[in-house]
Ligand binder design. Structure first.
Ligand code: 8ID
Ligand code: ZN
Ligand code: ZN
Length: 349
C-alpha cells in the first residue's frame, strides 16, 4: 500500500541546497501513473534548475530529478498501456498536450504545454513520483534499475543528438564534454551506431574513462595549447570532425566548434550553459557549408529506441551510487566538474 508521506529532496529557494524532508505522497490524476522510484540519475540540468540558470520559470518549492526508474504502484482510470507492477521510467518530458502540431508530428518536446519533470512539476528525487501514462517509458523487468536510470535523460538526449547530426557509420564525431554524464553515454551510443569518437574534456580521470569506453583520441582542454589543431589532427586526414556534439557546460566550445568541424560537418548544441551564445565566423560557416543546430531531449519513440540499445547490452557507462540523502554532495562535485560519468541516487525503500 502507498503511504501518505514520503522522503524527498526539496529545493525551497533559488540556489538551494535541497532539503531532505518528509512531504505528502502525490495522487495520480486520471491520465497519470504513480511510480515508486528506486533509482534516479543526477543530471546537470537539475543543478541548472536549482540555480535558476535559464530563462524559463521554475516551480518552487521543487522536487528535482528526471532520470527516475521504478515500479508503477497506482494509476488513474484513463491511464492506458501501462499496468500496476510494470517497471517504468520518468523522463524530462513528463507530459505534453498530445494535440498540437508538434505533438502530432512526433516533436512533443517542442509542445508549448510541455510539463517538465523536476522543473515545472515535481520529479524523481522522492520515493513516489507522477508521470503522464502516455509519456512514461516502459522498462523491461530484467534491466538493472540503477544502470538504466541515466538512459532516461542522458541516454535519450545523446542518442537523439547523434541522429540529428546526420553522421554516418565510419564517420568521426567529436564529443565535447565527453567525460561527463551525457558524454560518457554519447561515447557508447556513438560506438554502437558505428561512429568513431574523439573526446574533449579535462583531466586524467576523464581521459582514462573515455579511452576505456572506446574513444580513439582524447584532447584535454585544460592542457592543450592549440585545441583546434589537436582535435583536427586526431581526425582522418586532419580534415576535422564530421559531427560535433556540444555537451559542455561552458560557452567557449560553442564558439570554437566551427573551426574543427569538417566541411559539410554538423555542429549539434545540446549543453545548456547559463547566458551563453553560439558564435561562428560567417565566412568559414559558409565556405565550409557547416550545419549548426540544436537538439532537445527526444520523443517517446527515441526513448524506446535508446532503452532498446541498453537492453541489448550495447550501452555500459560507468556510474556511482549514493543514497538520496547525499544529493547535495553530488551537486557540489558536479559544480566543480569532478564527476567522471554519472551519479545515481538510491531512493530509500
Ligand atoms: O536536451 C538537451 N539539450 C539536454 C538534455 C540533458 C542535459 C541538455 N542537457 C544539458 C545539461 O543541462 C548541461 O548543460 O547538457 C549539459 C551537460 O549535462 P551533463 O552531462 O549532465 O553535465 P556534466 O556531467 O557536468 O558534464 C559536463 C562536462 O563538460 C565538461 C566538464 O568537464 C564535464 O565533464 N566541460 C566543461 I564544464 N567545459 C569544457 C570545455 N571547455 C568541458 N569539456 C570540454 N571543453
Ligand atoms: Zn537531464
Ligand atoms: Zn502539444
Amino acid at each position: 500500500t502507498v503511504p501518505d508521506t514520503q522522503w524527498a529532496q526539496v529545493v525551497e529557494a533559488k540556489g538551494g541546497p535541497p532539503i531532505y524532508k518528509e512531504i505528502p505522497v502525490p495522487k495520480p490524476g486520471p491520465d497519470e501513473v504513480l511510480i515508486k522510484i528506486k533509482y534516479s540519475g543526477v543530471c546537470h540540468t537539475d543543478l541548472h534548475a536549482m540555480n535558476g540558470d535559464w530563462p524559463l520559470p521554475l516551480k518552487l518549492p521543487l522536487v528535482g530529478g528526471h532520470e527516475g526508474a521504478g515500479v508503477v504502484v497506482a494509476k488513474g482510470q484513463l491511464a492506458q498501456g501501462i499496468e500496476i507492477g510494470d517497471h517504468a521510467g520518468i523522463k524530462w518530458l513528463n507530459g505534453s498536450c498530445l494535440a498540437c502540431e508538434f505533438c502530432k508530428t512526433a516533436d512533443e518536446p517542442l509542445c508549448a504545454e510541455a510539463q517538465l519533470s523536476g522543473y515545472t512539476v515535481d520529479g524523481t528525487f522522492q520515493q513516489y513520483a507522477i508521470g503522464k501514462a502516455a509519456h512514461v517509458t516502459k522498462l523491461p523487468k530484467d534491466l538493472a534499475m540503477d544502470a538504466v536510470a541515466p538512459i532516461l535523460c542522458a541516454g535519450i538526449t545523446v542518442y537523439k543528438g547523434l541522429k540529428e547530426s546526420g553522421a554516418k557509420p565510419g564517420q568521426t564525431v567529436a564529443i565535447v564534454g565527453a567525460g561527463g554524464g551525457l558524454g560518457s553515454l554519447a561515447l557508447q551510443y556513438a560506438k554502437a551506431m558505428g561512429l568513431r569518437v574523439i573526446s574533449i574534456d579535462g583531466g586524467d580521470e576523464k581521459r582514462a574513462m573515455c579511452e576505456q569506453l572506446g574513444s580513439e583520441a582524447y584532447v584535454d582542454f585544460t592542457k592543450s595549447k592549440d585545441l583546434v589543431a589537436d582535435v583536427k589532427a586526431a581526425t582522418p586526414e586532419g580534415l576535422g570532425a564530421h559531427a560535433v556534439l556540444l555537451l559542455a557546460v561552458s560557452e567557449k566550445p560553442f564558439q570554437q566548434a566551427v573551426e574543427y568541424a569538417r566541411p559539410r560537418g554538423a555542429i549539434v548544441a545540446i549543453g545548456l550553459p547559463a547566458n551563453a551564445f553560439l558564435k561562428a565566423p560567417v565566412f568559414e560557416t559558409v565556405v565550409k557549408m557547416i550545419n549548426i543546430k540544436g537538439s532537445y531531449v527526444g520523443n517517446r519513440q527515441d526513448g524506446v529506441e535508446a532503452i532498446d540499445f541498453f537492453a541489448r547490452g550495447l550501452i555500459k557507462a560507468p556510474f556511482k551510487t549514493v543514497p538520496l540523502k547525499e544529493l547535495p554532495k553530488v551537486f557540489e562535485l558536479m559544480k566543480q566538474g569532478k564527476i567522471a560519468g554519472r551519479y545515481v541516487v538510491e531512493i530509500p525503500e
